[in-house]
Design a protein around this ligand. Structure first.
Ligand code: AMP
Length: 287
């Protein structure tokens, strides 16, 4: 496994990767969710590349950039065991040269939901992912459905800028009690950790209600709130029923299906999760 740190080193190492190349961008502190993407990339490609970069431009001024958990030597050990060929660990100075001014703005799809709570977040994501795609030149790139809006933003980016990379999204990996794995779960106190599975319980219960015929977005949102409310450790920030591709809020779920998603605070942690209400629009996105 080759570990490269500078842009020039990456450019020198890239030609030795055999095609097709599968790429997994991450911020490190790897868990089974990340590794599921690495494994999917390994199955579908001849070589695998992973980046580890805590991208400063996707953090707001009051967010957890400095505190974001990091453990590079453990991450490299895990990636080595997975048989990854190339790991790119750039510095912020490498990715953003002094005076860097060019950004990639995904527009409305990045302004709703997480984008409304975290202004500029998806501009940071789209900018760094564009840079990483240009450097790594992958044939396929792998993202987690846990960050559903990120997937929608990346798909829009690739489609609208004609980037030559195939986007794959992989199912959310969860703890046995349903909590979605996240590097940020380390922020949870024991009490918050016990309460946190209520988020997925709420989403699952609302999805169940939908599968039994409820199409009203308001009723589905209410159902999520009702399951989470008994847990004072968790404060819901939003619950959304949105179109799978545009993420525009919808009033009722039709044959296109929907994304049912939420964000919540639990102490220091900000948690997000979602489930798909499967429908025609999802299959169109999954091509
Ligand atoms: P991050 O390091 O948080 O930027 O995540 C890197 C990639 O891993 C993103 O595509 C995430 O959506 C994905 N990911 C994070 N958590 C999970 C999870 N629990 N299951 C599947 N993928 C995940």
């Amino acid at each position: 496994m080759k570990v490269v740190r500078a842009v020039a080193e990456l450019r020198a190492a890239r030609p030795s990767l055999s095609s097709p190349v599968g790429f997994v961008p991450t911020m490190g502190y790897l868990h089974e969710g990340h590794l599921s993407l690495v494994r999917a990339a390994a199955v579908e490609n001849d070589s695998g590349a992973v980046s580890i970069f805590v991208n400063p431009t996707q953090f707001g001024p009051s967010e957890d950039l400095a505190a974001y958990p990091r453990d590079l030597s453990r991450d490299l050990g895990l990636l080595e065991m997975e048989g990854v060929d190339l790991v790119f660990v750039p510095s912020a100075e490498d990715m953003y040269s002094p005076g860097a001014s060019v950004t990639v703005d995904p527009g409305t799809v990045g302004e709703r939901l997480e984008g409304a709570s975290r202004p500029g977040h998806f501009r940071g994501v789209a900018t760094v992912v564009t840079k990483l795609f240009n450097l790594v030149q992958p044939d396929r790139a792998y993202f987690g459905q846990k960050d559903a809006q990120q997937v929608a933003v990346i798909r829009a980016l690739v489609r609208q800028l004609f980037l030559a990379v195939e986007i794959r999204d992989c199912p959310t990996v969860r703890e046995p009690d349903g909590l979605a794995l996240s590097s940020r779960n380390v922020y949870l106190s024991p009490r918050e950790r016990l309460a946190a599975p209520a988020l997925y319980e709420g989403l699952s219960a609302a999805r169940e209600l939908w599968s039994r015929g409820e199409t009203s977005a308001a009723k589905l949102r209410e159902h999520v709130c009702r399951v989470v409310e008994p847990h004072p450790e968790i404060r819901l920030e939003y619950v959304s029923v949105a179109h799978p591709a545009t993420l525009e809020e919808i009033e009722s779920v039709d044959e296109d299906g929907a994304l049912l998603s939420l964000a919540a605070r639990a102490g220091r942690a900000r948690l997000i999760d979602n489930v798909r209400l499967e429908g025609a629009a999802w299959s169109r996105e999954d091509v």
